[in-house]
Write a protein that binds this ligand. Sequence first.
Ligand SMILES: [Zn+2]
Length: 192
Amino acid sequence: MWTRESGYGVALVAATLTLVTSAPVASQDRPSSPPAAGPALEHPTAPPFVPMSLIRHKGAQTAVRRAAEGAVQRLERPECEAVFSDFTDKAGRPLAASLQALGQSGSAFFRTIVYADGAGLARCNDQGLVALTVPGSRVVFVCGRQFARDAFARPLHAEAVLIHEALHSLGLGEDPPSALEITSRVVARCIP
Ligand SMILES: [Zn+2]
């Protein structure tokens, strides 16, 4: 139910974390051009995905947004989405069947998850913990500081962590399978 980081690269990350939090924000100050005359404007691409987040800490918020954006793109690929077929919920039902019952793809389900700040949770006092949720809950708590640090050091791992938590949101329990086992499976499927 929770995802730990290994402690790898922590000192380096702590020294350079400000680079993440002070990253420039793209500005759109230029006046927009008047709408073109003629047929209604159509947008061939879907609007960009913005994860639902209740996280106030800016660095953590940015880290979660980036990781979630990466994760949702990965889940749009069938070989990554197949990770939902690798696990079952506590009743033994494949997570892929739960998705089917919801009428949602893996990425569509992922988009419904809300990220909350776990800073007030005792579990987040564990410096090795980056994210946690309970099976079946679409609220994923992020231990902000740890998550931002881990995402900076290992951005692809952070994406895998959010997919790991999405599996819990769909009903996957833990121990068994171990947290490491779950993340390893996500990495194998989604981050080849
Ligand atoms: Zn877990």
